[in-house]
Write a protein that binds this ligand. Structure first.
Ligand code: F6P
Length: 374
């Protein structure tokens, strides 16, 4: 009898359990395989921490948020073990063999795809499913988790209107999204924000202030500014570009220092949204407040769309395993689910482009994207 493993890695999100359930039920009921879960991502694989995923364990999971397996951001090749950081990839290969696995399903985002690809290169049968609230996985149209997070962020933008209106304030609301702006843009359009700032379109604070003053002159003395956590002013974008360029150069031995500088720069921008709100208050004379949505966007039960997507991806994943299709991400392309080789997607991000219909429509309805006054 064949046996397959499942792990969840990277940030959790709604829909992970629905996907585990779908892979597991198809494996058990259609193919008669046994299924084993590894706890806490790649760390559980290294430590051989297993959970049997029989039909009892797979029952009642569809609507449950988070992941029953637990997760971590541990990487096979840089694993903290006993006070050291070690490459534990071979140890994971051993555990895979000890468990007589026919395949290992890795549920995660871009980072997980990179880690999974390391195991592909060691000859393991790996298949990856796209999960993220950021919607940034390259090679797939959609990923489960995004729709739920988008609903939560949209409701927040929506609800902030009445309080901003009552107090004649600017409310700056920060969404997650890592290095991309899909959540802020989606919630900004869906929730009716007046300004949306995303990393892909560096902003000029004077332009944003002028857009807000223009609204005030029209009698709208409140505004909602949706800011992606990775949003950058033009100056910051330039600095970041230089630092990333230096960190990518490995030849002169300065890469470690450059990477350290980049990490410091990134941690130095953690209060970016607060500073932005202060600056906007100063430039417009309008009182400003900040709301950081944070982890609430990752919590709770998955939306119907994410439940359906995770279930479709999970069942297709088991079918691809049956067809011996490995080393791939199961991607959505329109209505279809397609296997995309991991080697073609690792290290790439799906950014919001200038020509994207969501950007165009935001501009059409007069949302300021920080680069020009609408
Ligand atoms: O990738 C999902 C995400 O929630 C990002 O939006 C955010 O930048 C990051 O994870 C937060 O990571 P952590 O859970 O490690 O704090």
């Amino acid at each position: 009898m064949k046996s397959i493993g499942i792990l969840t890695s990277g940030g959790d999100c709604p829909g992970l359990n629905a996907a585990i359930r779908a892979v597991g039920k198809t494996a058990l009921n259609k193919y008669g395989w046994t299924v084993v879960g590894f706890q806490n991502g790649f760390r559980g694989l290294m430590e051989n921490r297993t959970v049997p995923l029989d039909s009892d364990a797979l029952s009642g999971l569809l609507t449950v948020g988070g992941t029953i397996l637990g997760t971590s951001r541990d990487k096979p090749h840089r694993m903290p073990v006993g006070g050291k950081v070690l490459d534990m990839t071979d140890a994971m290969v051993e555990v895979y063999k000890q468990n007589h696995l026919h395949a290992l399903v890795c549920l995660g985002g871009g980072g997980t795809a990179k880690n999974a690809y390391r195991l592909v290169q060691k000859g393991l049968n790996i298949i990856n499913l796209p999960k993220t609230i950021d919607n940034d996985i390259f090679g797939t149209d959609t990923s489960f988790g995004y729709d739920t997070a988008l609903s939560i962020a949209t409701e927040a933008v929506d609800r902030l209107h009445s309080t901003a209106h009552s107090h004649h304030r600017i409310v700056v609301v920060e969404t997650m999204g890592h290095k991309v702006g899909w959540l802020a843009l989606g919630a900004g359009i869906g929730g009716g924000a007046d300004v949306v700032l995303i990393p892909e379109i560096p902003y000029d604070v004077d332009v944003v202030a002028e857009a807000l003053r223009q609204r005030a002159r029209r009698g709208k003395r409140f505004s909602i500014v949706a800011v992606a956590e990775g949003a950058l002013s033009k100056k910051m974008a330039k600095e970041l570009h230089e630092l990333e360029k230096a960190a990518a150069k490995d030849k002169n031995g300065d890469a470690a220092k450059a990477k350290q500088k980049l990490a410091e720069w990134n941690s130095g921008r953690s209060d970016h949204t607060l500073k932005l709100a202060q600056k906007l208050e100063e430039l417009t004379g309008l009182e400003s407040r900040v709301t950081i949505l944070g982890y609430v966007q990752r919590g709770g039960t998955p939306s119907p769309a994410d439940r359906v997507l995770a279930t479709r991806l999970g069942t297709a994943c088991a079918d691809f395993i049956a067809k011996e299709t490995f080393g791939v991400l199961v991607a959505t392309r329109g209505e279809d689910l397609t296997p995309v080789p991991l080697k073609d997607i690792v290290g790439k991000l799906k950014y919001v482009t200038d020509e994207h219909p969501m950007v165009r429509c935001a501009r059409r309805i007069g949302i300021c994207l920080g680069d020009e006054v609408p």
